[in-house]
Design a binder for this molecule. Structure first.
Ligand code: GDP
Ligand code: MG
Length: 438
């Protein structure tokens, strides 16, 4: 999606005259991209209409930067579509807040419950978990295991078969024990939706939740709207969590979820790991959607990534330094979803480059590049200021049985990458204190 929209905007940037025709053309392209990204057709039509209304080309004074204006109109329009006009439910510390998670099976409820508990616990909440899924075999074990890892107290039963009773008992117990954030995980079976919804309604009645969070898998596609609406029509959904935004998800379903539930997105899941979970930030989300890069999100990810691996490299990237070795490692991790990959994906322009690097052609090319790098010296790999002479390039090519032209190509690619990293270095310096990383 990002690539296509960025492309449409770039086309605009390259064309000299911006008239009604060019605007129409650009909006058509953006509309296509949004549809492809699973944005609901109604929303797309609305966006087109609103942007067209907002940008009155004739009335714009000469000298006004029309392209910027259009770009901003699209950006703002997407932001306002993600804003339901209601605030997330406010929870009060020291009172027993009950939060119930709902959503279809496999959408990431249990994972998100534990992440949510862990997130709030680190912020000082007394959080706990109740497993009210008696439908899926092993549901309690799953919750138990991750809750134990996260050191969050939990409640559940191997023998009780009535999920409503478990929920009521668990919430009661934790209320009495003075917990201020009691999270209820529910089942989300497929197919038997009627009984699921009946169970959900009874449970909501029994535990009287302060908030009901609808958990939606970002990969669900055009079904997002109906699914979200189905849940909303049965229980009082107050907020939304979008999961699996780390995968190939297109993200457009997020807009549908907001409009169908009339509720704000509060968090997003960006991986299976417990801390791959962040508060939702509309502008960052839209920025990422549009491929504009997300500097503040980047800084957060870098901080978190820094806790796990390769602190040195992340540090250097934020300073704008990027070596051939970094590129080699980056190529290595393209297939994985490591934190580093996420960092790279958030660099402006980088996600596009990485997209190009994927696919069959891309991976053959990457293997070839790595092969060439294998015949370089440590200094060449690690000194970002290295100057390769023609004879040295030829020598490297001979060392790995490749054509000097390919070495040239690799170095060009490297230059492009390091230029982007350099820009980010400048941006991050403005936005963060590098010392906070360690
Ligand atoms: P539930 O049936 O709704 O409780 O869903 P689960 O929490 O059991 O999650 C289903 C699968 O999705 C599990 O394999 C999770 O590890 C995975 N999952 C959940 N959230 C995310 C996420 O944000 N990113 C990724 N990559 N996987 C996730
Ligand atoms: Mg579950």
């Amino acid at each position: 999606l990002g690539g296509r929209i960025t492309g449409a905007l770039r086309k605009m940037t390259n064309s000299t005259v911006i008239d009604e025709e060019a605007l129409k053309e650009m909006l058509k392209e953006i509309a296509h991209a949004l549809l492809e990204a699973d944005v609901n057709i109604k929303s797309v039509v609305e966006l087109r209409k609103n942007v067209t209304n907002r940008v009155n080309l004739e009335e714009l004074a000469a000298g006004v930067n029309k392209r910027k204006l259009i770009q901003k109109a699209v950006f703002d329009e997407l932001c306002s579509m993600l804003d339901p006009g209601t605030k997330p439910v406010q929870m009060k510390r020291g009172k027993p807040n009950v939060v119930m998670f709902v959503g279809l099976q496999g959408n990431g409820k249990t994972t998100s419950c534990v992440k949510y508990a862990y997130y709030h616990q680190r912020k000082g909440w007394k959080a706990c978990l109740v497993c009210a899924d008696t439908f899926r075999a092993g549901a309690f074990d799953q919750l138990k295991q991750s809750a134990t890892k996260a050191k969050v107290p939990f409640y559940g039963s191997y023998t009780e078969t009535d999920p409503v009773k478990i929920a009521a008992d668990g919430v009661d117990r934790f209320r009495n024990e003075g917990y201020d954030l009691i999270i209820v995980d529910t089942s989300g079976r497929h197919k038997q939706e009627d009984s699921l919804f009946a169970e959900m309604e009874q449970m909501a009645q029994a535990v009287d939740p302060n908030d009901i969070i609808f958990v939606m898998d970002s990969a669900i596609g055009q079904a997002a709207h109906d699914q979200a609406q189905a849940f909303k029509s049965k229980v009082k959904v107050g907020s939304v969590i979008i999961t699996k935004l780390d995968g190939h998800a297109k993200g457009g379903g997020a807009l549908s979820a907001v409009s169908a539930t009339e509720s704000p997105i509060t968090f997003i899941g960006t991986g299976e790991h417990i801390d791959e979970f962040e508060p939702f930030n509309t502008q960052n989300f839209v920025g990422r959607l549009l491929g504009m890069g997300d500097v503040s999100g980047l800084v957060n990810t870098i901080k978190e990534a820094g806790l796990h691996e390769n602190v040195e490299m992340v540090k250097r990237i934020t300073e704008g330094i990027f070596t051939l070795r970094d590129m080699y490692d980056q190529f290595d991790s393209l297939a994985k979803l490591g934190p580093l990959n996420k960092v790279m994906g958030m660099l402006p322009g980088m996600s596009e480059m990485m997209q190009n690097a994927k696919g069959v052609d891309g991976s053959v090319r990457i293997k070839r590049f790595q092969h060439i790098m294998d015949s370089m010296t440590v200094d060449e790999m690690e000194n970002p200021k290295m100057n390769f002479t023609q004879s040295r390039k030829e020598r490297i090519a001979r060392g790995c049985g490749r054509h000097p032209q390919e070495v040239e190509e690799l170095l060009m690619e490297y230059k492009r990458f390091s230029k982007v990293v350099g820009k980010v270095g400048k941006m991050s310096k403005k936005n963060m204190n590098i010392d906070q990383l360690s």
